[in-house]
Design a protein around this ligand. Structure first.
Ligand SMILES: O=C[C@H](O)[C@H](O)COP(=O)(O)O
Ligand SMILES: C=C(OP(=O)(O)O)C(=O)O
Length: 449
């Protein structure tokens, strides 16, 4: 992986096309210097790892596994700490254990982590008390603080994004391969949680069952290596194309291009224009690609995306992330799934039950109802059941911390509680208890499918 994509024309064809949601960098010379530096940096992930994830997602596409993709809405530079990263990972590992054991299905685990620093926004500006400033577009672009200075896009932030991603990924790799993710630790992941929450107690009962199963296998002389480490992959939205392009390299084994900023990248609802730069960029790289499909997506959109991104019809290459909204999923999704299946493409279908269910509470907080999130996943499962297709997974915004950003859940958060610990820089996330609740309920749905 030594050749830079700059020498490979294919990596830059997106530049001649319209690119939505790009930062308005004020200093182009500074941007050029930063990009040149980024191009010299080592890859964050290896092409072979991306291939391995594509193969795992191939199993999901064939109905043999389930994809759990989750993490922050927007990672923040000041949250690159051991506790925050461990808490997020712990939550995903617990959800993975619940889905694997209660749902009896292999789970492919992918974090919205180690690169999720850029946000597409509905409006270019934000007004508070009569003052209008550029909107916050993620820590990779500008600062969250509502001051003129903070909101100016600063290309130096792209380097901070690289370093923050590297530090995060380093710790994630240590946790997942260094003993922490060993299945014998199922109780340890829950220790600080078990007494304080109903979902923690429910998890503890499941962890005891897993323990008994492990002890039984041990007594039979079986102690597989696979139980000692966890395969875990990184993903983020490939939004700021200058950054993604600077991190795109030629794989010396094959001559193919890989975006080595993360294992999987996705294209968002606001940037999936068929003739736009993002789809062009994604069409040139070999990473597994996700595309968000909102309620306005047409059959033609889906089929053209398949032509552009998965011309070889390779199971695992393309994941459609449906984010329709609980009130629309049963209406909008069936035709898409039906026509895509009829085309012969074997894409992965997963449900993002977050982005179609956002509303503003009277207090001004952007929030989501746990019941809507659950209802959208239910609708997603119903659609697949009626068509005989595979509900391949879920994509959720979550955190391992006990925030109060979404309402509802077993350990119920009320609208009046939102102010208590509302910490997201952009969209509301499920907290740990709500995430575990969701995992148990999805595992049940999967079992009954
Ligand atoms: O996370 C997704 C988007 O960035 C987010 O929903 C946009 O939010 P906005 O409507 O506040 O800009
Ligand atoms: C912006 C996001 O979602 P969408 O593109 O579906 O709005 C996101 O997942 O962060």
């Amino acid at each position: 992986m030594t050749v830079n994509a700059e020498t490979h024309a294919g990596g830059h064809t997106w530049r001649s096309l319209p690119a939505a949601q790009q930062p308005d960098w004020p200093d182009h010379e500074a941007l050029r210097d930063v990009l040149a530096e980024l191009e010299s940096y080592p890859p964050l992930v290896f092409a072979g790892e991306c291939d391995q994830l594509r193969a795992r997602l191939g199993a999901v596409a064939r109905g043999e596994a389930f994809l759990l993709q989750g993490g922050d809405c927007a990672e923040a530079f000041d949250a690159v700490g051991a506790d925050q990263i461990r808490n997020k990972l712990k939550t995903l590992l617990q959800m993975g254990a619940v889905l694997t054991y209660a749902g009896s299905v292999p789970v492919v685990k992918v974090g919205r982590i180690a690169g999720q620093y850029s946000k597409p926004r509905s409006k270019p500006t934000e007004t508070r008390d009569g003052v209008t400033l550029p909107t916050y577009r993620g820590d990779s672009v500008n600062g969250f603080e509502f001051t003129e200075a903070a909101r100016i896009p600063d290309p130096q932030r792209l380097k901070r994004m690289y370093h923050a991603s590297a530090a995060t990924l380093n710790l994630v790799r240590a946790f997942t391969t260094g003993g922490y993710a060993d299945l014998r630790q199922v109780h340890a992941w829950n220790q600080d949680f078990v007494k304080s929450s109903p979902s923690g107690q429910r998890y503890e009962a499941l962890a005891r069952e897993i323990d008994r199963a492990l002890n039984f296998m041990n007594a039979c002389g079986v102690d597989p290596e696979e139980f000692k480490t966890v395969e875990f992959y990184s993903s983020h939205e490939a939004l700021v194309l200058d950054y993604e392009s600077a991190l795109t390299r030629v794989d010396s084994r094959t001559g193919d291009l890989y975006d080595v900023s993360g294992h999987m990248v996705w294209i968002g609802e606001r940037t999936r224009q068929l003739d736009g730069a993002h789809i062009e960029f994604a069409s040139k790289i070999r990473n597994p690609i996700g595309v968000k499909l909102g309620p306005t997506s047409t059959v033609e959109d889906a089929l053209t995306l398949i032509e552009r991104l998965d011309p070889d019809r390779e199971p695992g290459r393309l994941t459609f992330i449906a984010r329709m909204g609980a009130d629309k999923v049963r209406d909008k999704l069936p035709t898409l799934v039906e026509k895509v299946s009829a085309s012969g493409a074997q894409v992965v279908w997963i449900s993002d039950p977050m982005h179609g269910n956002t509303f503003e509470a009277a207090s001004g907080h952007k929030t989501r109802r746990f019941d809507d999130v659950l209802d959208e996943v239910k609708g997603f499962f119903e659609v697949h059941k009626s068509l005989g297709t595979h509900p391949g997974g879920i994509h959720v915004e979550l955190t391992g911390d006990d925030v109060t950003e979404c309402v509802g859940g077993g350990d119920e958060i009320f609208v009046d509680d939102l102010h208590q610990r509302y910490e997201t820089a952009c969209d509301p996330r499920l907290n740990r208890s709500q995430s575990l609740d969701l995992a148990f309920l999805v595992a049940e749905m999967y079992r009954h499918q």
